[in-house]
Each structure stands twice: as structure tokens, then as C-alpha cells.
Ligand binder design. Structure first.
Ligand SMILES: NC(=O)c1ccc[n+]([C@@H]2O[C@H](COP(=O)([O-])OP(=O)(O)OC[C@H]3O[C@@H](n4cnc5c(N)ncnc54)[C@H](OP(=O)(O)O)[C@@H]3O)[C@@H](O)[C@H]2O)c1
Length: 343
């Protein structure tokens, strides 16, 4: 089990590093015109910042396909959240070791063998804490992807001609597969084994001979309330970014008067737009910063998600800033690209 855990975690770390490296190489000032920078510009192109001169940009899909990977993200994150939450509830609370023993024991006396392999883990409160923390992080992620799905369907007025490069489209699927999984990779193998064993047990025994699933809201919620300060401070930071991103997306969505048709662009005003050109990207960075804090700040995989989000969005913001300055002669010169008063 531990081997499998390390396997998933290492794979995810390698995937994040592989995704971050090309963006870093392309972002070095000396490489501004280099082939990596140019290729990445094509691959990351969407909407107004898509490169129209490249042959590679024939490989595009409509930008409204953004909703596909948010739809996928909702299904995948909900699955991870639900199964991790049920598993966390089964394996024990954060109160005392005897509680976690008794939970496992009561499940075992219900006739199931599936938990014997988890017994070693259940003795560790620290391990239980990690599982409940993963539930907490997945709840935050779920709140984000649900809103993004709604926005991509009902808030943004994607022009009918706006395109997204196929690589950006696939990167979206990569991101929303790897990010929720990274938030729970400390316990994902256990959870998957639990799900597989429960399904197998269900098939073999049938519904009537399964141990009854007692559902009590308080038992599902109380351990979350007992998590530490890091988790709650992280959640506050996350919601600060979340609320501002929601506002900024509403501002962008209202810039076009005629839904679907217009390909017109305006200078956005209000909220963090007064300070930076891409406040919705900055808000995303704040949200993932919140997740880093909520994970306790020591989880390398969560740090790598954060690094990817920063690298990816700083790159896109730099291009957006150049586009605004080219497009509008009266573009406010005091606006930074993405990080207020820094960049
Ligand atoms: N986590 C990540 O790595 C990651 C990666 C990508 C995106 N995201 C998030 O997804 C969200 C959307 O990203 P995005 O890149 O699609 O945002 P975007 O390029 O700013 O576009 C959002 C929508 O607003 C429109 N729009 C933008 N500026 C406008 C203007 N000046 N006038 C009129 N309409 C304008 C766009 O039209 P056009 O399509 O015609 O430009 C598009 O329909 C962001 O909050 C971002 O943080 C996250």
C-alpha cells in the first residue's frame, strides 16, 4: 500500500514538474523570441491571445469547450470527495486512537474483511488527520469547479469564433485530473482499494448482506471542524480569491452586450481590475495559495500544483497585457499584468 501511495505521489510530482518546466524555459527574458516561447504561445493560445499566424493553430476547438473539462472536473472531484469522505468516516475520527479502533472494529464485526489491511493505518491519529485534511481540500476544490462549470456555461459570453488550442484543451483535462488527485494523494491508494473491495463485496454478498451504512451528518462534519488553524486560515485565503474571481468573471461576462455574437473587446473596470489586467488569474493564484496553506504548507505535491498555476497564469497574463497595450491606446498605464505592484 505504501509503495502504491509513493507511486501515485511520485508520478504526480513528475507530471507537475514536466508541465512546469517548458513554461519556465519559455518565460526566461532571453528566450522571449525563442522557439519554446513561440511554441508555448501557440499551445496556450485562446480567445483574444490565440496566435493567428501559426500553422499549428489549425488544431483548435471552440473556446466554449472550456465547459468540457469543468464538467469532467466536477464528476472526478465529486467522486474523489465522496469516496474519501466515506473512507475517512469509516476509518476514524480525530478525537482519540480508541475511537478509531472502535470504528474499525465495529465495521469488522459487521462481517467484512476489507478493513484488516487498514488496521495499521487506523492506529495513527496523524494518518487520520491527513485523510480528513484531504477531505477538506477536496471540498474547497469542489466549490471551485462547480462555480467554474456554471460560469463557463452561463457567465462568459464566448464569441462564436473564439478558439482554444487543442493542447490547451488537453492541458485542462490533465490539470483537472491531476489537481484533485494531488490533493488526496496521501490516501488515494487506500481509498481506491476501499472502493474496489466494497464494490467486490457488494457483488459477492448482494445488497441485503452488506453491513448497514449508518449516515449521521454530525459524524461526517465534526472531524472537519476539529482540523487545525492552517486549514481554516487556508480556507479564508481561498474564499478571498474565490469571491474576487467570481466578481471579476462577472465583470468580464458583462463586457459584451450581445451574447455569443460580438467579438468586441472593452477595457474592464472595477474590483481588482483597477490594479491588474488579469485579476481573475491573480485570484486563481490566491485560491491555490490558500490550498497550500490549508494543506499545512509541507506537502510538496500541493506546492507543485501552485507552481504550475503561477507559471501558467503569469505566462498567459504577460501575453494578455501585451494584447491590451496593443489594442487600446488609452489603456491605463498603472495596471500591472497580474501581481499587484510587482508584475
Ligand atoms: N488553473 C489554471 O492553470 C488555469 C488555466 C487557465 C484558466 N484558468 C482560469 O479560468 C478562468 C478563465 O480563463 P481564460 O483564460 O479563459 O480567461 P480570459 O481569456 O480572460 O477570458 C474569459 C472570457 O472573458 C472574455 N474577455 C476577456 N477579456 C475581455 C475584454 N477585454 N473584453 C471582452 N471580453 C473579454 C474572453 O473573451 P475571448 O475568449 O474572446 O478572449 C472570454 O470569453 C480564469 O479565472 C483563470 O484563472 C485557470
Amino acid at each position: 500500500m505504501l509503495k502504491m501511495e509513493l507511486g501515485i505521489e511520485s508520478l504526480l510530482k513528475m507530471a507537475w514538474v514536466a508541465a512546469i518546466l517548458p513554461i519556465l524555459i519559455a518565460s526566461f527574458p532571453s528566450s522571449y523570441l525563442n522557439p519554446v516561447h513561440q511554441t508555448l504561445l501557440v499551445f496556450a493560445g485562446r480567445g483574444k491571445i490565440i496566435q493567428s499566424s501559426s500553422r499549428l493553430n489549425k488544431l483548435t476547438v471552440p473556446q466554449k469547450f472550456f465547459s468540457h473539462f469543468y464538467g469532467f472536473a466536477v464528476v472526478w472531484t465529486s467522486f474523489l470527495l465522496l469516496t474519501t469522505w466515506i473512507y475517512a468516516h469509516k476509518i476514524g475520527s480525530l478525537v482519540s486512537e480508541s475511537t478509531s479502533h472502535s470504528n474499525v472494529a465495529s465495521y469488522l464485526t459487521g462481517g467484512s474483511q476489507v478493513f484488516s489491511i487498514y488496521k495499521t493505518y487506523s492506529t495513527s491519529l496523524e494518518h487520520n488527520f491527513g485523510i480528513w485534511q484531504a477531505v477538506f481540500l477536496l471540498i474547497l476544490m469542489e466549490i471551485q469547479v462547480l462555480r467554474r462549470l456554471y460560469e463557463s456555461l452561463y457567465v462568459f459570453n464566448y464569441s462564436s469564433t473564439a478558439q482554444l488550442h487543442i493542447c490547451g484543451y488537453l492541458t485542462g483535462f490533465f490539470f483537472y485530473t491531476a489537481a484533485p488527485l494531488s490533493l488526496c494523494c496521501n490516501c488515494a491508494p487506500e481509498v481506491f482499494t476501499f472502493v474496489a473491495n466494497t464494490v467486490a463485496e457488494f457483488i459477492v454478498k448482494g445488497k441485503n448482506r452488506m453491513p448497514p451504512l449508518e449516515f449521521q451528518w454530525l459524524e461526517f462534519l465534526t472531524p472537519l471542524l476539529k482540523l487545525g488553524w492552517f486549514q481554516w486560515i487556508g480556507a479564508v485565503i481561498f474564499f478571498c480569491g474565490w469571491l474576487h474571481q467570481r466578481r471579476c468573471h462577472a465583470i468580464l461576462g458583462n463586457l459584451r452586450e450581445v451574447k455569443e455574437e460580438a467579438k468586441d473587446y472593452r477595457i474592464p473596470h472595477g474590483d481588482w481590475f483597477e490594479v491588474v489586467s488579469c485579476p481573475h488569474y491573480f485570484a486563481e493564484i490566491v485560491m491555490y495559495g490558500g490550498l497550500v496553506v490549508a494543506s499545512g504548507g509541507l506537502d510538496q505535491t500541493v506546492w507543485l500544483i501552485f507552481a504550475f498555476v503561477v507559471a501558467n497564469l503569469v505566462f498567459a497574463a504577460a501575453e494578455t497585457q501585451r494584447w491590451y497595450c496593443r489594442k487600446f491606446d488609452n489603456y491605463p498605464s498603472n495596471r500591472y499584468a497580474i501581481i499587484p505592484y510587482v508584475y
